[in-house]
Design a protein. Structure first.
Length: 500
């Protein structure tokens, strides 16, 4: 079998054999910008082929493909009954519109006139990683790590994909690959901001933890104590509900709101949400797990009530600024009103009823309603998200963190039964995985506003965390992020074994 691979060097598509893939694990590798000096040196070209042999694993039968290298170009030809196979698999990797001459770079979706079978075509291609490659050494981006991220992105057809692996004390690796808009030409950058959806919840719980430590509220404070003026409309079932009940999804409150709150400020909208929620019948008995975005919207309202500050201001002062999370913000990332080709941040993508992918430009309405921000409207770069993951890992292991030790233990020790041995608490699902260390205990959570997908996995016992996010929603996005987590687990195991 031949492996078709795409390089982060300007204008090269390469094909390598399995033997070359074995050689690629050698530490003797050329620099990423070595291509500029290649010219027609066939030996240098072979080194490039070897170097990228661990890249994208699109498979081709040997008999179906012939390859002829030329400086700055590649010629591919295929014939016979394998035409459909080759055409389909190339379509997943290349964005080629027409056979190309000269120095132009082609961005398009269909292979069209490439006519792989029975003929040949010259194609000049630039990977979306190109603009990041030369900054790799100075930015600390692990180039092998970036290749893994981009290979999964291409195999799963995501617009962009970002990932990070960290310990409590350091960021081991991170990468952001792909395009800000599917079918577009603007590549993502390492500081681009991705929507985290419900992975915001653990941050909201962390904020409440800081207020508990400050003596402004307690995990046992009840809704009746917090909003005595609402007792005439508050159902009796909700009066004993505590702050901890909200954060553990055991309040019985509705899962979501059925109205959009239009008060003049976001803080006022959350007050209206609280009034709406406490008047509605419970969906389950208090103490039983029932996932609810309303729970966390109300937690944000509690933070505002006991401090007199807005939720966003509190998050900045107590979470984002202390941890150095400079890109953190709210709602859709990017400026509204920009046209295709002018994207300044990753656009969101939803899947239509017919299965087509639809790019969603930033706008005030392109997200969950603002009142529910504490439940899932945060956005940030993946490296800033990793700063939060590191803080949680430190808290879970008793190291210095944003919270007192007792609060840190509570925030990282889910206790509410969900299913089997799984437990939920404070924005984390506690479960077990074989790779999670001696106890197997891990913390995880996913998030989506149906136009993005994020997932976090933390293993405090072995002090490592994995974060993955893409700017597309839907089932395929969830599978893509899971697939990348699996690859990152293997990357981390290999890295640890090499360090021994």
């Amino acid at each position: 079998m031949l492996r078709f691979l795409m390089c982060a060097l300007v204008g090269v598509v390469v094909v390598s054999s399995n033997a070359a893939a074995q050689d690629a694990r050698s530490p003797q590798r050329p620099a990423l910008n070595a291509m500029e000096a290649l010219g027609t040196d066939s030996t240098a070209w072979q080194r490039v082929i070897t170097f990228v042999a661990s890249w994208h694993s699109v498979q081709f039968p040997r008999a179906a493909t012939n390859v002829a290298l030329q400086p700055w170009r590649i010629r591919l030809s295929a014939a016979g009954p394998q035409r459909a196979l080759v055409d389909d698999q190339l379509r997943r990797v290349l964005r080629a519109r027409e056979p190309v001459n000269g120095d132009s770079v082609v961005y398009a979706r269909s292979l069209g006139a490439l006519r792989i079978a029975g003929g040949s075509a010259h194609v000049k291609f630039r990977s979306v990683l190109t603009q990041q490659a030369r900054a790799a050494d100075s930015s600390g981006i692990d180039r092998d790590f970036a290749r893994i991220v981009d290979s999964v992105r291409i195999a799963t057809n995501m617009p962009a994909l970002a990932a990070a692996v960290m310990t409590g004390d350091s960021l081991l690796a991170h990468a952001t690959t792909g395009l800000r808009r599917a079918e577009g030409t603007v590549p993502v950058t390492d500081t681009d901001r991705f929507h985290l959806g419900s992975d915001t919840k653990s941050m909201t719980a962390g904020l409440i933890g800081t207020l508990v430590d400050a003596g402004l509220v307690s995990f046992t404070t009840t809704l009746a104590e917090l909003w005595p003026e609402l007792l005439p409309v508050m159902r009796a079932e909700y009066r004993p509900v505590t702050v901890a009940d909200l954060l553990d999804h055991r309040s019985g409150l509705p899962a979501n709101t059925t109205v959009r709150f239009m008060d003049s400020t976001e803080r006022a909208q959350r007050v209206s949400l609280v009034k709406w929620a406490v008047a509605h019948p419970p969906v389950s008995a208090r103490g039983l797990y029932a996932y609810s975005n309303v729970n966390y919207a109300m937690a944000g309202a509690i933070a505002e009530r006991v401090t007199g500050q807005s939720y966003q201001q509190l998050m900045h002062e107590r979470i984002f600024a202390p941890l150095g999370m400079r890109t953190a913000g709210w709602g859709p990332a990017g400026a509204a009103g920009l046209s295709a080709g002018e994207e300044d941040q990753p656009w969101q993508h939803r899947i239509g009823t017919d299965g087509t992918r639809i790019a969603v430009a930033p706008s005030p309405l392109a997200d969950n309603q603002p009142a529910t921000a504490p439940a899932g409207r945060a956005h940030m770069s993946v490296s800033d998200w990793a700063l939060w993951g590191r803080a949680v890992l430190r808290a879970a292991s008793g190291r210095p963190s944003l919270w007192r030790n007792s609060t840190a233990r509570m925030l990282t020790s889910p206790t509410t039964p969900v299913n089997g041995d799984d437990r939920y608490g404070n924005g984390w699902l506690g479960t077990t995985r074989p790779w999670g260390g001696p106890t197997g205990r891990v913390l995880t959570h996913s998030g989506t506003n149906t136009m993005n997908f994020a997932v976090a996995w933390l293993a405090p016992a072995i002090d490592v965390g994995f974060l993955v996010v893409t700017n597309q929603g839907g089932d395929a996005a969830g599978k893509a992020t899971d697939a990348l987590v699996g690859r990152l687990l293997e990357w981390h195991r290999t890295r640890r074994a090499a360090a021994r």
